[in-house]
Design a protein around this ligand. Structure first.
Ligand code: ADQ
Length: 478
């Protein structure tokens, strides 16, 4: 088996994983071994070399970033331009051309420093929006290995891509990959449509496009979790943890505190629910865990303020002796404690405005007691909705009445229906778990690379008609 080399912005430390990308990839690397390369914040003058980091099951190398690189590459271009753009929040774009140059320069420096550590037989798998130009930089250095890319965020609509002043170079970065992996088939349709909208695109198949003399392959590979492992952790957790002291039904939200996660929207939806259902027996205690992330970026401070104000407002309006409607925990909570809380919860309220997948939705389903499962209330804009739409209660996070209606439906759902919905979702999680995700992606990557190496040119031949919109397959859904 070829050695797998993963690239991502951060390299995980030894110990329990945190964050969606690491949660999903670490078990693959624990089982298969290999090399994981990333960056880390460094000093004013970081060494121009990769530093080995401690780790047991696989090797790790990091490239320390200078303070200026961290500011312009990580906080700047990646998190203040690409992250909002990829989530369709072009109103939050903070474009400064210097930042883009640093973003490309960091990718080129990483390619140069990684190059001597690569073997001819390695398979390279690059992750997420921080490192999109890395394959192009590696190819410039003569790397011919299979190189795949996986985007953990949604792929945006063509209009958002065009809000970048260099949208053609953004699209071109993807052309250096043998395979671009996205979370959902809707993302694939948007990806193809972005090339169509940029002009001179021809669809070779539903998964392959010719654009400005480049062949680009794409596929949807919904990221999965180890459902049985998470269920076991949740069972252990409730045996050892003290239960919360509330006699009310428990509803839970778990997110990084990010404006894409729609946390203020869910509080407004909960507020609407409480206004519409004043009876004692309809009360629900809502626990929202939202630790800080990216606090140096302005938009994150705004959402924190809004959330603090809204939870105070809801508690002011509805608190009673023995009842506090909202408990907002603004710190990281251990994964095992989260699994126990998810298991205890009667409802999970997951309302992102836009989300690549949302692993918490899957973790909630995995954590449930199959005999008495809780109900997943899920935004239709989470990637997870594509797989879980038959079992979850889907809502529109922009409409407080829709959120409130989802909560009411979940709170009143009879046990028979809860069991049947849970069973359906759990089966899907088991079939498409984290190992399946990585294996199916890597198999497809190897197949794509074989085609590129053996016969790239002939694929683009033949008479291909003008491309129609791939989004036509998603009527009313976009
Ligand atoms: P994230 O935006 O980080 O991931 P998510 O998919 O929900 O979002 O994954 C978060 C992971 O971190 C989960 O395993 C969760 O349990 C954990 N986590 C979340 N909040 C936590 C908290 N308060 N304390 C401790 N742990 C917490 C990105 C994309 C997602 C995509 C993933 C994986 O934005 O759309 O699903 O990558 O591809």
């Amino acid at each position: 088996m070829s050695r797998l080399v993963i690239f991502s912005n951060r390299v995980p430390a030894d110990g329990p994983p945190s964050g969606g990308l690491v949660v999903a990839l670490q078990s693959t690397m624990d089982n298969r071994g290999g090399l994981w390369i990333g960056t880390e914040p460094g000093d004013e003058e970081p060494p121009d070399t990769l530093i080995p980091r401690q780790g047991e099951t696989f090797d790790r190398l990091t490239m320390p970033l200078s303070r200026a690189e961290h500011e312009d590459y990580y906080l700047g271009y990646a998190n203040s331009v690409l992250w909002p753009m990829l989530h369709g929040r072009v109103d939050l774009l903070d474009v400064s051309s210097g930042q883009r140059a640093t973003y490309e320069a960091v990718n080129r420096r990483l390619a140069k420093l990684a190059r001597p550590h690569l073997r001819d037989t390695d398979i390279l798998w690059i992750h997420d929006y921080h490192l999109i130009p890395l394959a192009a930089a590696l190819r410039e250095l003569g790397v011919t290995n299979p190189i795949g890319f996986f985007l953990h965020t949604p792929f945006p609509d063509a209009g958002s891509v065009q809000a970048l002043s260099h949208s053609d170079s953004f699209l071109r970065w993807f052309a250096a990959y043998d395979l671009v992996g996205l979370q959902t088939s809707r993302d694939v349709a948007r990806f193809l449509d972005a090339f169509r909208s940029a002009g001179a695109a021809q669809l070779i198949s539903g998964r392959c496009i010719r654009w400005q003399d480049e062949i680009i392959r794409v596929g949807s590979f919904p990221i999965g979790i180890d459902a049985d492992g998470f269920r076991d952790m949740a069972e252990d957790a409730i045996r050892t943890q003290t239960p919360p002291l509330s006699s009310h039904r428990l509803m839970i939200g778990v997110d990084r505190l990010d404006y894409t996660k729609g946390i203020p929207n869910r509080l407004r939806g909960f507020q609407t629910y409480l206004r519409d259902h004043p009876a004692e027996e309809d009360r629900i205690a809502f626990v929202q865990i939202a630790p800080p992330t990216r606090e140096d970026v302005g938009a994150y401070m705004d959402v924190r303020r809004e959330l603090e104000q809204l939870s105070g407002e809801v508690n002011g309006e509805f608190s009673d002796i023995g009842y506090v409607p909202v408990q907002y925990i603004h710190r990281a909570v251990a994964r095992s404690a989260i699994s126990g809380l998810l298991r205890r919860a009667d409802i999970a309220l997951i309302t992102p405005l836009n989300d690549g997948m949302n692993l918490v939705a899957k973790e909630f389903v995995a954590a449930q007691d199959p005999e008495d499962p809780g109900v997943l209330v899920l935004s239709k804009f989470a990637g997870a909705a594509e797989q879980l739409e038959g079992g979850a209660v889907l809502i529109n996070p922009h409409d407080p009445a829709s959120v409130a209606d989802g909560i009411r439906k979940a709170a009143r759902m009879p046990v028979g229906e809860r069991r049947q919905r849970h069973e359906q979702m759990y089966d899907i999680l088991r079939q498409s778990n984290g190992d399946w995700w990585a294996d199916s992606y890597l198999r497809a990557l190897e197949a794509s690379a074989v085609i590129r190496i053996s016969n790239l040119a002939s694929l683009g031949q033949g008479s291909l008609g003008p491309m129609t919109s791939p989004l036509a397959a998603f009527p009313g859904k976009l």
